[in-house]
Design a protein around this ligand. Sequence first.
Ligand code: C5P
Length: 465
Amino acid sequence: MPKQLDDALSNFENKISDCIRSGKSIFVVTHIDCDGITSGSIITKALIRAGAKCTVRTCPEINKNVIANLQKDARDFHVITDLGGGFAKDLDENLGENWFVLDHHQIPKEEFENERVINAWRYGIDGGTQISAGGMAFLAAKKLDNKNLDLAAIAVVSALGDRQDQGEKKSFTGPNAEIASIAKNSGQLSIDLDLLLAGRETRPLPDALAFTSQPFIEGLTWNRDACFSLLNSAKIKLKEGARWRVPAELTEEEKRTVIEAITKYTTGKNATEIMSELIGYTYTFPKEDKRSFLRDCREFSTMLNSCGRIQRAGVGIAICMGDRAKMLQEGEKILADYRKMIREYMNVLSTERWRISDSEKCMMVNGEGLIPETMTGTISSLLAGSPKNVGKIVILRTNGQEGTIKFSSRKSIGCKSKVNLSALMREGAEKFEGVGGGHDMAAGARIAKDKLDGFLDYLEANVSV
Ligand code: C5P
């Protein structure tokens, strides 16, 4: 670990010990997505274990109002996870020295000097691919006490939620790989090279194949009937009694048969690429029940994302902190609702073509009156994963809270654009009195509705430079 990061974590540890000794209240504020839910849960669990007086709350984004409310709330100390990039000055002004940010989003240069910003980029770590906010929270938890090493497992879910499995064959790199090793060595995690179908533990086989959009297989992806026929013709047993079998139950021989059947289907020029993308590392919690959505870490991350996206982040936090029974049923229902909503929005977008304005380098999508703002990230990521949009930047917008427009941008696979989406969104939004930020490949922004035309012109002028 870089020395500067270790020093920052020691500083964090000292402040927290001080809060615990003097009975001060700590407020954990975190983002609503998978990385937010997991990072908030990791640090909250560590603080509770250490004997801190602590509460946790999720928040869709940080802005001046949120910070002013933190000040009014009068808690003694604040730990902000997966949020806060670009707001260090406001946090200083409102909360004095009583805060820390644990994060991995890109930050403006001036924040590199602030010791309360514990952000991956400050220590030469690529926060886009090598560590998530959950990973940063894990490092802080580990610094508080080595017994928090067990929280590495949840940090693996954080990294998958933010699609940081970008090494060869969907492996992890940098600190993420070390965190995964910690979880593996303690027997909490198994890592295997396997067939990558969406919903490994929970989706019926034909659905799993149909919902596998990375790689996108023309004719199979999003076409359940075709997937059913393909598996049937390959003589794969699809049901166990009345119950559908799931991908994790396929034997080695069956996997080979499925791969062969798909190979025959994908005779085009991308066949080799598709086949190579279909094999990659899977991350499994072997102690969770078979066919539970908590067993496959990617499904776990999808469930957490869905909790946040449909305003039920609390359920996700409860599950990450160890709650089961009723919370699991809730989680299952949330996941089903979320998947249904995604299907509906994608269907409408494919029929209402007026919503889409397409150019060589960029696809602008108008989701106003259709997509709730909490779902923009999900839908823009899906659009960026479609082969129709290969190489493009996808920018989705919809109506946001309090007369605002929310933007969500993604670089698609094969996008060679030099534009850094984090800078595009932050600098652009600032020009129009809004807020924006994120990562090179995925970023968001919010502006007032009356600034929309100007902001769209700005995007058009800057997206293809
Ligand atoms: O909102 P969306 O999912 O498109 O955001 C993409 C990424 O950008 C997320 O990681 C989000 O936390 C980040 N973001 C940010 N500041 C904003 C908006 C989004 O850091 N104002």
